[in-house]
Design a protein around this ligand. Structure first.
Ligand code: TZP
Ligand code: MG
Length: 216
């Protein structure tokens, strides 16, 4: 999917770090900073509020040409105006999520090892998240997988792969050197004093890394 291949930095508006009344403003900053995908991740929020938040964010993303993804809730994709859904290993299979989200919807899947990454591609995911590479308070119950599998997963899976988990501006080059092309950054952006500039700098580092990577 060209819109995903063009994306280097995937931003997640996680309500653990962003207040509900600030999501539109934060989305604007992330988009101006250069995120190529934006996800709403709101684990403690009920369906009605997901829809309300989605409806606030969807037009901002659409205007910028940035795909807007809901974490969980595939059946709310249409009503919230989102472009797709992100599912985890414990959630619905990709085909079922797509059936609920709509045939044109983007479906991404979280993967935590090579086997899951290969399986997600076989299942028909449009992209995968791969991690957590490093320990992170954003997803505290997961064991970090480190950098060793990053090169292998890019060799074995030809989908856009967004490495995730504990990635910050400061360790981004190390993640790229390990073979990553695309990343997700959550708390690094949302907790930054200057989210727009932080995002811009991360995108710049990722694009610079990309120049030196013929295969992705
Ligand atoms: N899935 C794997 S790690 C993670 C998710 C949602 C959280 C990443 O957040 P952060 O703050 O960039 O470490
Ligand atoms: Mg989920």
């Amino acid at each position: 999917m060209p819109v995903l291949e063009a994306a280097f930095l995937y931003g997640i508006l996680d309500l653990k770090y962003a207040a509900e009344d600030s999501v539109a403003e934060m989305a604007g900053r992330m988009i101006r900073g250069g995120v190529g995908v934006l996800q709403l991740r709101a684990k403690e929020v009920d369906e009605a509020r997901i829809v309300a938040l989605g409806r606030r964010l969807a037009p901002i993303c659409r205007e910028a040409g940035v795909p807007f993804i809901l974490n969980d809730w595939p059946h709310l994709v249409g009503v919230a105006g989102a472009d797709g859904v992100h599912v985890g290993q414990e959630d619905l299979p990709v085909a079922e999520a797509r059936a609920l989200a709509g045939s044109g919807a983007i479906v991404g899947k979280s993967t935590h090892c090579l086997e899951q990454a290969v399986a997600a591609a076989e299942e028909g995911a449009d992209y995968i998240g791969f991690g957590p590479l490093f320990a992170t308070p954003t997803k505290p119950d997961y064991v970090p997988i480190g950098l060793e599998m990053v090169r292998d997963v890019h060799a074995r899976v030809s989908l856009p792969i967004f490495c995730i988990g504990g990635i910050k501006r400061e360790n981004l080059q190390m993640v790229i050197d390990a073979g990553a092309v695309r990343t997700v950054i959550v708390s690094g952006i949302l907790c930054s004093m200057e989210p727009e500039r932080y995002t811009q700098e991360c995108v710049k580092i990722l694009k610079r890394g990309h120049v030196w990577k013929p295969a992705f």
